[in-house]
Design a binder for this molecule. Structure first.
Ligand SMILES: [Zn+2]
Length: 154
């Protein structure tokens, strides 16, 4: 995650159904949301939790210097709500750059805002689960989608 010398970061920890989460922000906006534990498919236990509605927080401008990437993050957060999914190709179209499915994939890999920028709702065109956190947290992705009432092809 890029750090900026002018940003004084504060970290907040919250418990969630997918484990302990860390939220980092400066006075100008959000820097990151992520699972703070080393949670992966080997130790992820499915639990029932509450659905909460998230509002898109202000993102720190130092993290949004890549215009396409930040447009993809914002479009995904604004247009693909809980219970919906979108393919990499469709998201590229929504971000006004049809044919940039691979760049969308890169933007998802670089997403510092887990849950808030819901990269778990981005699926391959096959409708299958696809990878989450480079394949290390696929069960987390499956849990999040199941939690939102989405059925995914096996
Ligand atoms: Zn900042």
């Amino acid at each position: 995650m890029p750090n900026h010398p002018s940003c004084y970061l504060r970290s907040f920890y919250i418990n969630s159904p997918i484990g302990s989460m860390v939220i980092k922000s400066c006075t100008r906006g959000l820097h990151a949301i992520s699972q703070s534990d080393t949670i992966d498919d080997s130790n992820f236990a499915e639990v029932k939790g509450l659905v909460s509605t998230l509002q898109m927080p202000k993102l720190c401008p130092v993290l949004t210097t890549d215009k396409f990437q930040s447009r993809v993050w914002v479009m995904l957060a604004q247009q693909v709500g809980p219970g919906k999914t979108i393919s990499y190709k469709e998201l590229a179209e929504v971000a006004n750059n049809p044919g940039a499915a691979r760049a969308v994939g890169s933007a998802m890999s670089a997403n510092p805002f887990q849950i808030v920028v819901p990269c778990h709702r981005v699926l391959p065109s096959s409708g299958k689960l696809g990878k989450y956190a480079f394949g290390k947290k696929n069960k987390v992705k499956a849990w999040l989608l199941h939690h939102e009432g989405v059925s995914v092809l096996n």
